[in-house]
Design a protein around this ligand. Sequence first.
Ligand SMILES: *Cc1c(COP(=O)(O)O)cnc(C)c1O
Length: 379
Amino acid sequence: MSLQIPLSFPVFKGSENLYTQQAISSGHIATFGSFINKFESKLSRRLKSHECVALNSGTSALHLAMVLLGIGAGDEVICQSFTFCASANPIVYLGASPIFVDSEKSSWNICPEILEDTILSRISKGKKPKAIVVVHLFGMPAKMREIMEISTKYNIPILEDAAEAVGSKYLDKSCGTFGEIGVFSFNGNKIITSGGGGALISDDTALIQRAKHLSTQAREDLPYYHHLEIGYNFKMNNLAASIGLAQLEQLDSFIRKRRAINANYRSLLKDFVGISFQTEGKESKSNYWLTAILIDKEKTGFSNNQLRNSLMKKGIESRFLWKPLHTQPIFNKTSYYGGSLSEKLFENGLCLPSSVNLSFQDQEMIVEIMHEELSKTFK
Ligand SMILES: *Cc1c(COP(=O)(O)O)cnc(C)c1O
């Protein structure tokens, strides 16, 4: 059965067709072309004092960021456990080990107190972590003030995985611009898409230059191919950048729409006992890429999976939250610090449809299905 209401579906109502046509007509569809430059400069302008390099995925942006932070074999890197595997996989690509840390209950992102305990514990074991990977899940900013303080106190750089938080703000500053390096994703279901793509962000011009060099096979500026170090084929192509630019021009309207969708869910569900949301602190402004809820089964009588199945029967897609990485078979030999919060979030959470073109009637229907579930259990 085809889905009538997908979780998060892209909308192409801007200049996508025009720009891709222009890219094709120019003959430049690979890693050289004017749309790459336009995309990078438009994104950089949004980030104020920061610059960016456009890459072919968020995962390669994280991988390159870790190369630039000097992470290598035998190192330890702290990473939020409650996230997508791509936040941590590059640690393993480089021969380093992830050390996973639990979340805190308001933003659902890395818990500053447990982070500090983790650093102290690793230092006492004789190994100071090389970096801290912080994620802004579903667009919700992490507790950056506290996390930055810890980073400064122990002199450990932050790598900000803002893959889901393009356009989110904290203290009126863009997510992705707090860490030594930040990363965005423009994959198909993110708030803006270039088909596949990512960006690496920094306020250090030399570092951005180096990222550009390394992401294009570290080719020296000579008439023949000459290489002084191992590079990567990570650059975004011009065709992807043409779509990305058109999407970037619509980012503010997409954020307004996704925030309105979140506000509608909150008001439609405000008297629904047992349903709660991520907390947006007063310093935070989430892009609300996805609206996620927690279901207290004791109060609602239905679990996240029961609701997921009932929605699916009506052609409505919803999705589990990220399964904590410390519980993933691929990471079963890694260290974990914290309690059971991230596991509880996974066990009780569900992401609701949040596409830009979701109508208010769709949202009412979704909430109606939740009421039907509730009456089934308490009739
Ligand atoms: C999507 C995502 C990534 C990876 O981005 P890709 O562009 O798909 O490689 C990394 N981290 C998080 C938290 C993501 O949601």
